[in-house]
Design a protein around this ligand. Sequence first.
Ligand SMILES: [Zn+2]
Ligand SMILES: [Zn+2]
Length: 255
Amino acid sequence: MALRRFRADLHIHTCLSPCGELSMYPRAVVEGARAAGLDIIAVTDHNSAENAAAVAEAAGGTGLAVLPGLELATEEEAHILGLFEAGTDLGPLLAVVYARLPDIPAKRSFVKDQVIVDAEDGVTGFNPHCLIGATTMTVYEAVDLIHGHGGLAVASHVDRGAFSVISQLGFIPPDLRLDAVEVSPLLSYEAGRAAFGPLRPAGGPRAALPLVRFSDAHRPEEIGRAAMDFFIDRPSLKEIRKALAGRDGREVRPS
Ligand SMILES: [Zn+2]
Ligand SMILES: [Zn+2]
């Protein structure tokens, strides 16, 4: 079995995110990812995943693997990434998320356009939900929802002073069944590991949580500014899951 190195940035927003630049159209995301030497990306908009398929289609024939995902905002205002296998139908998951967002229409007067696009960067609609809001899901419910749809749950940017599990709760609950913990590009991987790793709950049954570092790109030039090298067989979520768990010889290292 020959494992290959796949450079991955699994936290990238598009023009659908209220805070993502409008320039984050599918083709720009794909071009940015290729320019950054990435092999795998995940599209992780706030509380939505409606542009992931268009980015995957735009990447067709380029060799870039695109995983669908999203970044859930919990009722504690903590961000949790959900990463899924390519081709997963996230419609049922999004129905749950939208039902638990505040019932405020995304009026253009105070929220930036939440643009839904096709693979050719054509605008096909605007998401009407308040994606910038927090859901009424707890961190536990968010992790369960992600796992219930076959995904990996990653605590976002735990080094940031806001919107992370640590900033909001003060710690990572030992019984929160995360698959990994992410630090932002504000920190080097080594500094992240010194500050947040190994995240092994004292006396808990869990092994240390793997630490990853991704870009959280909201602009094309930010894509790939933080990435991980996965030593895996093929660019699938199943292989990434094995690498995070250190199974079957798969590994993940800072890129
Ligand atoms: Zn976030
Ligand atoms: Zn983000």
